[in-house]
Ligand binder design. Structure first.
Ligand SMILES: [Zn+2]
Length: 569
């Protein structure tokens, strides 16, 4: 009897203490659920995003909202309970501030890539970034909401009650919510972390912060490891036989462009009008037989930038010198400007390579894994960020401009103004309406890419520069005869046939007249871009004693056109 009595008294006392913390529960629910719901409203329009995602995140939120008071109420000392209560208020408010800031500014919920973007950019950059955007109204709404919630919970839900009728039901309510905590939320988060794809949209704020930071840390560590490897490969026996004086080399790195859809390569629709006229004026040199070494970015670009050669090299690509290392040593100031991801499962190798450059500027803050994000960064956002040789007070300048180019989803690659082609323009009647639409969007992305590449050329026109454009790989856009419904990376013809072109500015042409001849001779030769470094370096008169590469140097008289060009994944 006495034990039962003791339990009753304890339960009653506990529920009384718990009841004084109901304001905290309500505050968590008001703020954290708000993020789930308002987030979805703000991000609405992003593909796949629906109210279904609210359920798991709301249950997780509810659990935290009741678990915290349940734990605090165990503590006997009122002083400690109160201190913890206010600490919880502060943590929840800060979480809310951070998340609503990310939501309004980055147009995404918190994720590992956002955490990286925030931590990686130095203070100066962050200030510039914040300065460059006028604070949107939603953020003021968020702060207003926070103040109202704070006032409401602190003012109306304070004090205690001795009525069991009130306190006991609250205890039961709290305990029930805990029971609902979906183990799936935890399991899914853990699985996501292990695979590199945490589904942040189905988590509450606290899980987002925890798993986001953990994932970010893991990715950075992986990249650092790779960076250390490529940074180690020694460059020995470097000689420079030509003197170009002050000059710039601009490499525009395209993405997912199959040259068979470009009018400059003979496609029937006018998808590259600006490049067409540059070619007609004899200023732009088109190479018409170039293949990518692999059909996807992460496999292709390391082969493009390192001295690795498909089928010939017996080592890993990262054991060989990378072009940026060589250029650095040859006295170039190397700069990497990118509209792609600065970190990420797929692009870790490329991101690690970019860090070999003396400076980097990544303008994109989210990754493709943040599919809920509404941040649209068309390649046009790169134009105001183009750098010049004089910006770095360099004599020799090399800039790589990594475009998002023609990567799927195609419709997200160009602004409304470039929506020129529609499904009606696609005459292949074997295709379904949706596939025709997809093809038309691809053509529009090429039209926009035509504008971007020609704008970049225009920007450097007055300088003494060599400008090179090629795509990392091609793409199949519902044109595989064996599988018409397929769209994406492929090792078939269209997945590897890429555009490759070079432009010599008037000053460069005048100073180095021999370049034009070398380029013209190479234009129709069979080439694969895994031999890009030795070809460019050869053109610049840079040689490595340990890597004699005249046979794979496209501009050398001993270039071997019969080399087998087989892709590798
Ligand atoms: Zn790619």
């Amino acid at each position: 009897m006495s034990i039962i009595n003791w339990i009753r008294t304890q339960t009653y006392n506990y529920s009384k203490k718990l009841f004084t913390l109901r304001g905290l529960s309500l505050y968590s629910i008001l703020l954290l659920s708000f993020l789930n719901i308002y987030g979805i409203i703000l991000l609405k329009g992003a593909d796949y995003l629906s109210y279904e995602h609210i359920l798991p995140s709301s249950i997780a939120t509810l659990t935290w909202a009741t678990l915290t008071p349940l734990l605090i109420a165990i503590i006997p000392s009122k002083l400690i309970r109160d201190s913890l209560k206010y600490l919880a208020y502060i943590i929840i408010s800060l979480t809310f501030i951070v998340e609503s800031y990310v939501l309004c500014i980055y147009k995404s919920i918190l994720s590992d890539s956002i955490i990286l973007a925030i931590t990686e950019s130095n203070i100066q950059e962050s200030l510039e970034f914040i300065h460059s955007i006028s604070l949107p109204e939603p953020i003021f709404f968020c702060f207003f909401y926070l103040l109202i919630s704070l006032f409401l919970t602190l003012h109306f839900f304070k004090g205690s009650s001795t009525k069991r009728l009130k306190t006991i039901p609250f205890l039961i309510l709290c305990l029930t919510t805990i029971g609902f905590y979906p183990s799936e939320v935890y399991d899914a988060a853990k699985r996501g972390f292990e695979s590199g794809y945490p589904d942040y949209i189905e988590m509450s704020s606290f899980e987002r912060i925890y798993w986001g930071a953990k994932t970010c840390q893991k990715e950075v560590a992986t990249m650092q490891e790779l960076f250390d490897k490529i940074n180690k490969s020694e460059i020995k026996g470097l000689t420079i036989s030509k003197d170009f004086g002050e000059h710039s080399i601009i490499l525009i790195q395209g993405e997912s462009l199959n040259r068979n859809y470009m009018s400059c390569y003979g496609y029937k629709e006018k998808t590259t009008p600006k490049l067409d006229s540059l070619i007609a004026e004899g200023k732009l040199y088109l190479f018409n037989n170039v293949l990518a070494p692999a059909p996807n970015t992460s496999a292709s670009l390391p082969r493009v930038y390192s001295l690795y050669l498909n089928q010939q090299t017996k080592k890993h690509w990262y054991e060989l010198p990378v072009i940026f290392n060589i250029l650095n040593q040859a006295g170039y100031y190397t700069h990497w400007l990118s509209n792609q991801e600065s970190v990420g499962l797929w692009l870790n190798s490329v991101a690690a390579i970019s860090r070999l450059c003396k400076s980097q500027n990544y303008i994109r803050k989210t990754t493709s894994r943040d599919w809920w994000s509404k941040q649209t960064n068309y390649d046009g956002a790169l134009l105001p960020k183009l750098a010049r040789r004089v910006d770095f007070k360099a004599e020799k300048f090399f800039e790589l401009i990594h475009l998002m180019g023609n990567h799927g989803e195609y419709a997200e690659r160009y602004p409304k103004k470039f929506e020129v082609f529609t499904a009606k323009d696609i005459t292949d009647n074997r295709l379904k309406q949706r596939q025709k639409q997809g093809r038309a969007e691809y053509l529009n992305s090429i039209l926009y890419n035509d504008y971007i590449v020609s704008e970049i050329i225009k920007f450097y026109k007055q300088e003494k520069a060599i400008i090179i454009y090629f795509s990392d790989h091609g793409c199949i856009v519902y044109d595989d005869e064996e599988n018409l419904s397929f769209c994406g990376h492929s090792s078939k013809k269209g997945g590897l046939e890429i555009p490759f072109m070079m432009y010599l500015t008037p000053k460069m042409k005048q100073a180095q007249p021999e370049l034009e001849e070398l380029i013209k001779e190479a234009q129709s030769k069979a080439f694969m871009t895994d031999a890009f470094p030795e070809s460019l370096l050869g053109l610049l008169g840079i040689e490595l004693a340990d890597y004699p590469r005249s046979q794979t140097n496209l501009f050398s008289p001993s270039y071997d056109e019969t080399r087998e060009r087989k892709f590798e994944w």
